[in-house]
Design a protein around this ligand. Structure first.
Ligand SMILES: [Zn+2]
Length: 66
C-alpha cells in the first residue's frame, strides 16, 4: 500500500517538490499569495494552492484567535 506518486510529465517519483511563491491573479489583479509545487526533475508544475501561511490583510486590530 505504498503511495507512489509519479510526475505526470517525466514519470519519476515525486519525493521532493520545488516550492515557489507565486501570486494568484484575479482579472489581472494580484489577489493572494500562492504556492506552486513543481517536479525537481523536470520542473513541471504539479499543483498550486493558496499559501496557508499568508495572512489576510489586517482590517483592524482584531484580536488573534489562538
Ligand atoms: Zn517530472
Amino acid at each position: 500500500m505504498a503511495i507512489q506518486g509519479a510526475c505526470p510529465k517525466c514519470g519519476k517519483r515525486v519525493l521532493h517538490v520545488n516550492v515557489e511563491n507565486v501570486v494568484g491573479m484575479v482579472a489581472g489583479d494580484s489577489k493572494a499569495r500562492c504556492l506552486s509545487y513543481s517536479c525537481i526533475h523536470c520542473n513541471a508544475v504539479l499543483g498550486v494552492q493558496i499559501d496557508p501561511r499568508a495572512k489576510p490583510r489586517a482590517r483592524s486590530a482584531a484580536p488573534k484567535a489562538s
